[in-house]
Design a protein around this ligand. Structure first.
Ligand SMILES: Cc1cc2nc3c(=O)[nH]c(=O)nc-3n(C[C@H](O)[C@H](O)[C@H](O)COP(=O)(O)OP(=O)(O)OC[C@H]3O[C@@H](n4cnc5c(N)ncnc54)[C@H](O)[C@@H]3O)c2cc1C
Length: 329
């Protein structure tokens, strides 16, 4: 393959040897960028007992896998992971480095960017090449960094679609050594995972999202009940998180999650851009808001003008009645 400038890299992430969906989505997009830039798409994967995962990465679209496969790398270790990636980036020409916007990336990406003395655009919701084929990261506004050869970005899950795997694709595997001379001030010894409750936002066919209009914990509880009765995932806007009614993990939007449900129901929220960018992939959108002039109504398919604290309990009862009827039929 003809290489013009540097290649397009993805720093992939795995948990329990499962490559994260966001890493595969970034690989799919890296493939497209690499074709446009006439270069190769390459991936760095670190972990333990992950040889078998390389085929999945080739099938998703990469040409080369830098594989760190050792017990010391089983869990994410910030200093070792950063050192390996920084050394690799210095030894090989990488023009664009993409990392899924995960908790790991929140720490690892700035560590790597600082050591490579380059910029980092965090939590992007889009990535395109401008007319000079320079990446423009961002979404709501573009950040272009033409003076640095290596450009780094973290990108939220769901921004790019899952690539269609092509199992006939293969590529080169470059094994990596684990450096043994790195000061290890932080060491992950064990990972204890909390079992996620309810339906996951990213994969849920129905999402009920609540906003400031819930008015308090009682109102929020009713929105959560609506989600439960519809077997939907519960999402939120930033004020609902700031008020402590729900966890940060439920926030949808520019600083939260990107979702693609079949049905989105926004309750007591105004449809601010920073929230709505998270639901551009939704198929049918409904809003419940007491203000008939709320901008949310211009952005949804169906609007209900009512006080959500009164309307939602009635809606729940109606849904339950309907569900019972279906069971007895
Ligand atoms: C850099 C940046 C990043 C951000 N990222 C995000 C993000 O990722 N996600 C996010 O959500 N926000 C984000 N925000 C915040 C965002 O700009 C908005 O402030 C937020 O989305 C508004 O939330 P809301 O619609 O719940 O509240 P509001 O805008 O206050 O709207 C509340 C709505 O509820 C309605 N209402 C009031 N009472 C009732 C009632 N009883 N029944 C029915 N309706 C009622 C009102 O008419 C109003 O329309 C970000 C902001 C910044 C600056």
């Amino acid at each position: 393959m003809k290489k013009q400038k540097g290649s397009v890299w993805v720093i992939a992430e795995q948990i329990d040897c499962q490559v994260l969906a966001v890493s595969l989505q970034l690989i799919g997009h890296a493939r497209k960028l690499a074709m446009e830039l006439e270069t190769s798409a390459e991936v760095v994967l670190l972990g333990d007992q992950i040889d078998e995962q390389t085929q999945q990465l080739f099938a998703a679209g990469v040409d080369k896998v830098y594989l760190g496969n050792a017990p010391e790398l089983a869990f994410y270790q910030p200093e070792i992971y950063a050192e390996i990636i920084v050394k690799l980036a210095k030894d090989h020409l990488s023009a664009i480095m993409l990392i899924g916007s995960t908790s790991m990336a929140c720490e690892l990406a700035p560590l790597v960017a600082a050591r490579l003395e380059t910029g980092l655009t965090a939590h992007c919701i889009d990535l395109v090449l401008d007319e000079n084929k320079i990446p423009a990261y961002g979404g709501l506004m573009s950040i272009i960094c033409p003076d640095k050869c290596l450009q780094m970005a973290t990108i939220a899950a769901g921004v790019f679609p899952n690539p269609h795997p092509d199992d006939s694709r293969t590529g080169e595997i470059v094994p990596l050594e684990v450096p043994d001379d790195i000061p290890r001030l932080i060491q992950t010894l064990e990972v204890v995972r909390e079992k996620p409750e309810g339906v996951s936002l990213e994969s849920a066919p129905i999402v009920v999202a609540g906003g400031a209009g819930a008015g308090g914990l009682e109102g929020w509880g009713k929105i959560a009940d609506l989600a439960k009765v519809l077997n939907a995932a519960l999402g939120s806007t930033r004020p609902a998180v700031d008020e402590g009614w729900t966890e940060l993990e439920t926030m949808i939007g520019q600083s939260g999650k990107m979702i693609n449900p079949e049905l989105y129901i926004g309750v007591g929220l105004s449809g601010e851009l920073q929230h709505m960018v998270g639901i551009v992939g939704a198929r049918v959108m409904v809003a419940i808001n007491s203000d008939s002039k709320s901008p949310v109504f211009e952005q949804v398919d169906y609007g209900i003008v009512d006080d959500c604290r009164e309307f939602v309990p009635v809606l729940i009862e109606k849904i339950k009645e309907h569900q019972e009827k279906r069971v007895t039929c």
